[in-house]
Design a protein around this ligand. Sequence first.
Ligand code: DP6
Length: 337
Amino acid sequence: MPTNSATAVASANIAFIKYWGVRDPEYTLPYNGSISMNLDSCLTTTTVAFDPSFAEDAVLLTLYDQPQQPAAGRPLERIVRHLDRMRAMAGIAWPAHVESTNTFPSDAGIASSAAAFAALTMAGSAALGLSLDERQLSRLARQSGSGSACRSIPTGYVEWRVPDAPFAAELWDEESYAVSLAPPQHWALADIVAVVDAGAKKIGSAENHRLAATSAYFPTRLAELPTRLEATRAAIMRRDLEQLGEAMEADAVSMHAICMTSRPASFYWSGATLDVIHAVRAWRAAGLAAYFTIDAGPNVHVICAAPDRAEVARRLATLPGVQFVIANGVGRGAQVL
Ligand code: DP6
């Protein structure tokens, strides 16, 4: 393989505390910090090659169970913009060929763009010979426009903090990146994704990140977050599933309440989403320690301890609205292969 080519793998992540609301879309700067866990079964593998003999950038995507197809439209624009950013850093103008494969349905609330842009960042920067540390890679992944991609660079349990300094886009841009709170082996949790709709979500996160601040409840959400972030950090450190679950469910409901009260409002949940929520709460009342969270789509992520993984997956798969489940352990950080 020529040295101007590299392959990287990155996992999707599920946010326990959500990034919701963009403070500066140009730099992808959030209002609040967020905390997530990498997902070891939801992977994107990407190869990037730069070569002066290529006529133009070309991107081939193999999304889950679909045949390989060239990227076009908005996804292609986002990828080319990110390649341009990396080329500018390296001072190289060569066109690129990109090939990317996903092991899970994209655009259904399973942070597919996080895995995609984390893998593209790792492979692209390695192919260009940029020697970046984890912090710089995370920052670069964030700048792709998929903010949550910055959390797929470090390993295991990850936090993307907001800088301490008062808001100023250029200053925050330097200081806005994710760090690992604990490696995967620190705590064997599982995330069983109950897929109730594997189709594309109708409203992209980008648009709704901009609308978040139009909700009258957004200031309340932001005021609650420091306490919830601290509770989540502490729960991870102490391996306290009950405390993590309480904070995580409250945060998912809060994020979706912001969507439902933004102007214009949007609703990601379907009837099947609510059925899964009710089932998880009933199982918990009967002694099974499982907690839900939901990203920008209708599918439900159910978090439990690893020994309960098979039982939670079995029960979720029997619910009428659930098409299939994807069981994950805690994933590693993005890696060049
Ligand atoms: C609900 O803009 O990072 O998943 O829409 O996948 O590009 P994409 O992601 P991003 O928004 C993530 C929103 C979220 C919450 C989270 O992951 O923190």
